[in-house]
Design a protein around this ligand. Structure first.
Ligand code: SF4
Length: 380
């Protein structure tokens, strides 16, 4: 076993699992079923629990989802976390049924725009405290607090994420709530490494949840994640992890198994890095999907994109494939070509320019046309 001196993070209890303070690194995952489909969601929670998940996260967007969550809680003993997405006001409905609440600082602006974020976070923290819940402040590259983004050069995506995270930590502590961890996710493993290292240098006491968002399909998704985890965990950074993979629901246990395998390898010294993820070829990023995914054909679409684009494997081009219209537009901003699903159409974007919405039958052809243009332009 390799001796890793872990950061002296504070302990955070999430149901029956404790993270931080040298506890074993916990492995998490998230459901991708409609939360209102109680049977399917319970089945997926159980599948992940049996695969060894320490915590399973469920997204809640509406009162109906919150009602379903109450029923799901009755049917499983797994440690549950809830993803509040934009709807922070649902916190009082969900907190009684879960062990942890995740909110995204960048999503607190979507409702009640005039209300300061501090008021919203105070409500979340008070409710979490009343119901014995931990909190995760989940900062994501594609949905950073707009006020922070404005302050910096658009090329610097990392400083706004950090400032947002640090501000939220300070504010939560000012309300005397300390039972929280932080995540700072990006789809680029190099950025995940940098942002988490910089965060931990200033706040080594706060437990970190690590993950590469939209890592994509296996095996690339696992490799990207492994690169980031090796470099962070090997330096003592990280208290809980999630491997996000675009796989069908029946195979979601892969996320847990991949997480455990990576951790085991790191602790046994079987590391492959000093690697920096610097693709000189095609890079396909795709979200792991969640209850928001707008068409069940999403995973199949991501797989088809991978197959269709294989002829261009040696070109340094990034294609992003996302499952919904809420996060799709923002999360595809940094890709050369971006796709995000609606119920009946798939939206296509080249850089930041939207090219239109195409049916599920048409989209691959459209994507190929744009890819060919990009390749010929690059050559020219
Ligand atoms: S892009 Fe949409 S569907 Fe995919 S994980 Fe994010 S919220 Fe869920």
């Amino acid at each position: 076993m390799v001796q890793i001196d872990r950061n002296p993070t504070r302990e955070v209890q999430i149901g029956s699992v404790a993270i931080g303070n040298n506890h074993p690194i916990a492995v998490q995952s998230m459901t991708a079923t409609k939360t209102t489909d109680i049977d399917a969601t319970v089945a997926l929670v159980e599948l992940m629990d049996q695969a060894g998940a320490d915590v399973v996260r469920i997204a809640v967007d509406s009162k109906k989802d919150a009602e379903a969550l109450a029923e799901i809680r009755q049917q499983t003993t797994a440690n549950l976390s809830v993803d509040l997405q934009e709807n922070y006001r649902l916190v009082s409905l969900v907190a009684p049924h879960v062990d942890k609440i995740r909110y995204n600082p960048g999503h607190l602006y979507h409702h009640e725009k005039e209300k300061p974020w501090q008021e919203k976070v105070r409500l979340i923290a008070e409710t979490a405290g009343d119901h014995d819940c931990a909190i995760r402040v989940g900062v994501n590259c594609g949905s950073v607090d707009p006020a922070k983004k404005e302050k910096y050069d658009p090329a610097d995506s990392i400083t706004p994420m950090l400032e947002s995270a640090w501000d939220h930590c300070d504010f939560l502590e000012s309300t005397a709530f300390e039972r929280f961890c932080v995540s700072l996710k990006d789809s680029d493993p190099a950025k995940v490494v940098e942002v988490n290292q910089r965060f931990a240098a200033k706040r080594p006491d706060i437990p970190l949840h690590l993950g590469v968002t939209e890592a994509g399909m296996p095996p690339e998704g696992v490799i990207k994640t492994r690169i980031a985890f090796e470099q962070l965990i090997g330096r003592g950074i990280g208290d809980t992890v999630r491997v996000s993979l675009t796989v069908p629901n029946a195979e979601k246990g892969q996320e847990i198994r991949a997480g455990r395998e990576i951790l085991q390898d790191i602790y046994n010294g079987r590391v492959r890095s000093v690697v920096t993820f610097n693709p000189t070829g095609m890079n396909i990023i795709s979200c792991p999907s969640c209850s928001r995914v707008e068409n069940e054909a999403f995973v199949e679409l991501a797989q088809k994109v991978k197959k269709m684009t294989s002829y261009a494997a040696e070109h340094s081009i990034t294609i992003a494939v996302m499952g919904c219209r809420v996060n799709g537009p923002g999360e595809t901003d940094d890709a050369d070509l971006g796709l995000w699903c609606g119920p009946n159409y798939v939206n296509l974007k080249k850089g930041t320019k939207e090219l239109g919405a195409f049916s599920y039958d048409e989209i691959l052809g459209q994507l190929k046309t744009e890819l060919d243009l990009l390749i010929s332009g690059a050559k020219g």
